[in-house]
Design a protein around this ligand. Structure first.
Ligand SMILES: NC(=O)c1ccc[n+]([C@@H]2O[C@H](COP(=O)([O-])OP(=O)(O)OC[C@H]3O[C@@H](n4cnc5c(N)ncnc54)[C@H](O)[C@@H]3O)[C@@H](O)[C@H]2O)c1
Length: 279
């Protein structure tokens, strides 16, 4: 059986659908009850054996712990835990509000830590024939510190470090539990539209730049992540942009930074030109 957080939208919803098509038993959660209900309904139609959908705020440790225990009890086993829920924040370090910084840490980092720690004892009890695996969703911004995304990048680097340490702990103890960290590049979802930003930010422009840069559909992202799990990959870079980011940072180090700046600037100019034409 498989659990997915942030299943009401985007990558989480696409993961739920892809698992449903394989007849999986699903425990889905999100803070968005309406979106979650729609995902659950469609997952049933797509062939999921069982679907339980619960409103859970991943930033709240007790809520995640209760959900994990209830899920293990309902299904009798837990095999795949996908900590996917996440939010975005566009703000310079100077302008960022502490409350927004804490909010994003709560969802993107603590959410992953809560999900991992709460489900780990249940994964340890999984039947090895059905596997036991954790997927933590980081980002290509967990490979490169993006300007105006310091808090987001910090959460995604934290997810990377936390997940790599966990994997090495489990490997050292000879546990059969796998850990995959996913590094999506730009994925065509509502994440930026749902995000927070510093006062005075042109949110429409930020969303339009994301839409210009995001080349991968959530369905392709979900397929890449689940293929990575099946093949026992420790890291999955999703989309060509994430693969370029991974290689660029490793081969060029900080010399890669101007390349990223130039590509953001190109996308921004394209957005400005097309909004000028629309006037
Ligand atoms: N879209 C991208 O370009 C992109 C790139 C890299 C990484 N990611 C990561 O992929 C994951 C999924 O993002 P997405 O693009 O599908 O975004 P999305 O906005 O479409 O979906 C995110 C989901 O998380 C839910 N969520 C938000 N706060 C929550 C909370 N406190 N508790 C439970 N659920 C909560 C939202 O309601 C939403 O349904 C995130 O971790 C994100 O950081 C996305």
């Amino acid at each position: 059986m498989c659990t997915v957080t942030g299943a009401a939208s985007g990558i989480g919803r696409a993961l739920a659908f892809a698992l449903a098509e394989h007849g999986a038993q699903l425990a889905l959660s999100d803070v968005d009850a309406e979106g979650l209900g729609a995902t659950a309904e469609q997952a049933r139609q797509l062939g999921a054996e069982t679907v339980h959908a619960d409103v859970v705020d991943v930033a709240q440790r007790a809520e995640v712990q209760d959900w994990a225990d209830a899920t293990a009890e309902r299904f009798g086993r837990v095999n795949l835990v996908i900590n996917n829920a996440g939010v975005a924040l566009t703000a310079s370090v100077d302008e960022m509000e502490w409350a927004d910084f804490e909010w994003i840490m709560g969802v993107n980092f603590w959410g992953v830590a809560h999900g991992t720690k709460s489900f780990l004892p249940h994964l340890r009890r999984a039947d090895p024939a059905h596997g036991a695996h954790v997927v933590n969703v980081s980002s290509s911004f967990g490979l490169f510190g993006m300007p105006l995304r310091s808090a987001y990048s910090a959460t995604k680097y934290a997810v990377r470090g936390f997940s790599e340490s966990l994997r090495n702990e489990l490997r050292r103890e000879g546990s059969g539990i796998g850990v995959t960290t996913a590094y999506p590049g730009g994925i065509k979802t509502a994440i930026v539209r749902n995000s927070r930003a510093a006062r005075g930010t042109d949110r429409t422009e930020v969303a339009a730049v994301h839409d210009t840069l995001a080349k991968t559909s959530p369905e392709i992202a979900a397929r890449a992540i689940l293929t990575g799990v099946r093949r026992g990959r420790t890291r999955v870079c999703v989309g060509l942009d994430a693969k370029v980011m991974d290689l660029g940072t490793r081969l060029l180090g900080s010399a890669f930074e101007p390349v990223v700046h130039a590509s953001i600037e190109r996308a921004r100019s394209k957005v400005v030109r097309s909004s000028a034409r629309a006037l």
